[in-house]
Design a protein. Structure first.
Length: 137
């Protein structure tokens, strides 16, 4: 199963600190430093992930990224959580466009009350369940 995963941040600022942390996180997952989107990385289970991140190589505002994994497993969920935490992003997906996923409860104050469903997924298992069975949450 392949779904699109989007990371987004509504916090003020241009994302300079988050940009550096996000780049460090990409390196932890095997990014070789090649500039230009998509950034290609893989999990320990060899699931490939293309990461599209406007503003990562420029001085533009860095407030979102999109991930296109070739599949979803616990390794991809660890990667998504790592990148989301590094960039202080919330998580969304094609699997349930009506939900926003937080990496911890502290993010709740940054999320609009307009979202029909707000989930906190602070572990890979919780994120895996939310991405695979969104109606069961």
């Amino acid at each position: 199963m392949s779904i699109g995963i989007n990371l987004h941040r509504d916090a003020p600022g241009d994302g300079v600190t988050e940009r550096a942390a996000f780049r460090d996180a990409l390196r932890r997952w095997g990014w070789d430093g090649t500039e230009g989107s998509p950034y290609q990385i893989a999990t320990e289970s060899e699931v490939g992930v293309d990461v599209y991140a406007d503003g990562l190589d420029t001085d533009d505002v860095f407030d979102h990224a999109n991930l296109e994994p070739s599949g979803i497993d616990s390794g991809v969920c660890r990667l998504v959580l790592d990148l989301a935490r590094a960039g202080r992003f919330t998580i969304g997906s094609d699997a349930d466009p009506q939900s926003v996923i937080l990496t911890d409860e502290e993010q709740r104050s940054l999320v609009s009350t307009d979202w029909p469903r707000v989930l906190v997924c602070d572990t890979p298992d919780a994120l895996y369940a939310a991405l695979n069975d969104p109606a069961d949450e």
